[in-house]
Ligand binder design. Structure first.
Ligand SMILES: O=P(O)(O)OC[C@@]1(O)O[C@H](CO)[C@@H](O)[C@@H]1O
Length: 388
């Protein structure tokens, strides 16, 4: 393996990570401020966070924060007093969302406790007419051969990852058709044989709404076709990266499915029953919102993934955590970078940040010739990578 490149920071003006810290985070604060009639105290706290993100340094959590000790273990003391731009990008992003929740009173006893600042955007997406169209397509899918249905559901879950509300705040426009492959790596032939009928499928979810719905449809397919005996859906314990799924979002998505006509409602009912009888479990582990790579999985999660038949890791951020948030040469083997993961693992991800591995040299050359480096971050390409 080549030398390990350094962890990505946000300190290079003009780079994608710098843009996220300098532009996307302030835009998210403004969006949240507009979404609720926050009282003056919350508005002041949001203004202070905006100021800190742009000009300030990382400040500690309040002494009373329930998770102060956890964040200390995750590196808070080391980073306190440093610029948001000079610490690992993954760390600053995660801590930004933690501070944002503090500013809106999410963890503080009072009227705003537990109110998801991103819920209006998530619900709008779930209620969008596009969701109706996607759900209606399920009726036709029922009549298709099993292999075709399985591929469609896998691809639905994969491309659902484009539905990321934080990404849309700064995406530069629709996909270009320049003849490059949409799928830059596709190991799906190695994925299905891992699902042998018994055992547990773990799915580390990413976004709510129009990504979570197809994730749930995929889980339903796996359970209904008895490709696994049980499934566990890993979501975030609190609102994160704008649209990341929480337990409340799972319930919203299931309600949406159950209220839809046709095959979607059947699927919603089956998943509801599966949750109720334990064949489907929800997990919202604190590590899901940790600013750390999966190489540092805590023992309980490590044991769960070790025992699973397959763990499906959804989305861009989880991919960064899986392979390490570093500018790997794109041809670095995926199998090597995920050797630390305790069991078979599949990544389903659209490309929305610089990190990528496991490409063949020709694919990388074609993408770069056609698009420069834009293919890495535009969200118009995707990959399915598997380590058995
Ligand atoms: O994980 P997701 O939802 O697929 O993408 C998250 C994302 O939009 O946020 C990060 C920048 O903040 C990037 O890694 C990525 O573009």
């Amino acid at each position: 393996m080549p030398d390990t490149p350094p962890v990505i920071l946000g300190d290079e003006p003009g780079s994608f990570p710098h843009g996220v810290l300098a532009e996307r985070h302030p835009a998210i604060i403004r969006q949240v401020r507009d979404a609720f009639p926050y009282d003056p105290e919350r508005q002041y706290a949001l203004d202070a966070l905006l100021d800190s993100c742009v000009k300030g340094v990382i400040e500690p959590l309040p002494d009373t924060a329930h998770d102060r000790e956890r964040w200390t273990a995750w590196g808070l003391d080391t980073h306190t007093g440093r610029s948001w731009f000079d610490v690992p990008w993954l760390w600053s992003e995660s801590y930004f969302y933690r501070r944002l929740l503090d500013a809106v009173g999410y963890f503080t006893p009072g009227p705003w406790q537990g109110i998801d600042p991103f819920r209006p955007a998530k619900l709008a997406e779930l209620d969008a007419p596009e969701t109706d169209a996607e759900l209606a397509a399920l009726d036709d899918l029922e009549t298709r051969p099993a292999a075709e249905r399985a591929t469609a559901l896998l691809h639905g879950s994969l491309w659902g990852n484009r539905a990321d509300l934080g990404f849309r705040l700064s995406a530069e426009g629709p996909a270009t058709t320049d003849g490059t492959p949409a799928l830059v790596a596709d190991d799906s032939d190695a994925l299905w044989p891992l699902l042998t009928g018994t055992g547990t499928l773990c799915l580390i979810a990413d976004n709510a709404g129009r990504e979570l719905v197809p994730d749930l449809l995929l889980v339903d397919h796996v359970l209904t076709r008895r490709l696994a005996g049980r499934a566990v859906l890993y979501v975030k314990p609190y609102p994160y990266y704008v649209s990341d799924a929480t337990p409340a979002d799972v319930i919203d998505a299931l309600r949406r499915l159950r209220a839809a006509p046709g095959a979607a409602a059947d699927c919603g009912r089956r998943l509801w029953d599966a949750l109720a009888d334990g064949r489907l479990a929800l997990r919202a582990h604190p590590f899901a919102a940790a600013p750390l790579p999966f190489e540092e999985l805590p023992a309980d999660l490590r044991a769960e993934f070790a025992a699973a038949t397959l763990t499906v890791v959804k989305g861009d951020l989880n991919y960064r955590r899986l392979v390490g948030d570093r500018r790997w040469p794109p041809t670095t083997p995926f199998t090597g970078l995920t050797a630390h993961f305790p069991g078979p693992v599949a990544a389903l991800r659209t490309l929305k940040s610089d990190v990528v591995c496991g490409l063949d040299a020709q694919t990388e050359a074609e993408l770069t010739a056609a698009e420069g480096q834009r293919w890495r971050t535009s969200g118009t390409h995707a990959l399915i990578q598997v380590r058995t």
